[in-house]
Design a protein around this ligand. Sequence first.
Ligand code: 9WN
Length: 439
Amino acid sequence: MIARDAVRVLVANWDGSYTVPSRRLYPHQWSWDSAFIAIGNARWSPRRARVELLSLFGAQWRDGRVPHIVFNPAVPEGAYFPGPEFWEARAPSGTSTSGIVQPPVHALAAWQVHLADPDPAFLRRIYPRLVAQQHFLRTARQSPEGLMSIVHPWESGMDNSPAWDIPLAAVVAGPMGVVRRDLTHVSPDERPTDRDYERYTALARAYRDTGYREAGAFAVEDPLFNAAYGAAESALAKIAAACGLDPAPHHAEAARITAAMVEHLYDDGLFHSRDAGSGILLRSSSAAGLVPLILPDLPREIVNALIGTALDRFEIKRGLLPSFAPGTPEFDPARYWRGPSWINLTWLVWQGLRHRRADLAELLADGMIRAVTTSGFREYFDPFTLEGHGCRDFSWSAALVLDLLCQHGLDGVPASLREVGEERRSLVETHEIGDQVPA
Ligand code: 9WN
């Protein structure tokens, strides 16, 4: 029943041209969520997957940035903080958006969607938009060392990670003066503190007040973000070739960023963030440091060292990747990004291990399936007990598990066989009832 339940979540969270991450906690379109959701939707409704990505890129700015939130005008301002009145930003399409970005995992998603259901017209349509997204990062965010910076913890996608404790402490912030909406839906023990929110708000306001041009007190080069950028270039090479275009510049850029990351962000078995202003390496035990495993051309000795770290410090043999290493003082198994396991991070590292250590990849696949069968499609999970935390019916948990079932299946038996195959056949029914996507 997992596949069927996953589709039910995705159908319930569908808003006509995109999927909300969560009906109540996140009632708009989020950038990297849409990419992960498209990967899962491609397994049962490729058309919906394509519409999800195209609708996100419909809100792309002229400078190429893809905003991290695209607001639904039908949702009241008070439903999510910070909403459109705070961001004061509009895409050329007229849609209200935020002005910051998230990890660029979209080229990866577009390629996966194409693999699940080849559609050259879709690739030709999305390719220039993906190229513009990368171009924005290269021109607006690149440091002299050739790495991309994020200017807000929200841009990392791992907002409350202990990796940001030091750079965030430097942000001067007064009281927020607004009401947080997240605490209406999730226990305060599982979310960031008010102090964190004051700093998030101050940073976003300062960036907004420069017209979304100048980084404020927070500018870091994050390994997850840079790995996503590099993997995007590798995916763009495949997309370019499929469109009859030259893949070589994308291969070269992927090789360049991989080398820059190894030179500047890698130390002692893990990638770390680096403060873009001071150049100081911000050593931490964040799982972001293992995500460079998604880079296809990472040198073998670095791959081996990362796998060693994943086994020792992150204890991945338990089946899930904790977002922060257990055994560190900062680790908290239930608080947002400070230790719990998320399906998207585990899925990314699973992808990176599949062709390098199939045995470990299999453990992670089984672990993700166990987590959702034990606790449902929760936002995050205790890596040891698998207890669910954060919101329920979280879209990317459902989407990526669906993809996992189709690639790995249950007990390693691929999805076209055994029970998953049967479940997928019965999904056609759900698909017909729920799919309102215009052709
Ligand atoms: C701020 C939607 C998003 C995810 C992020 C996750 C969380 C938002 C919030 O929810 O962030 O962008 O309000 O906490 O950290 O990764 O994209 O699911």
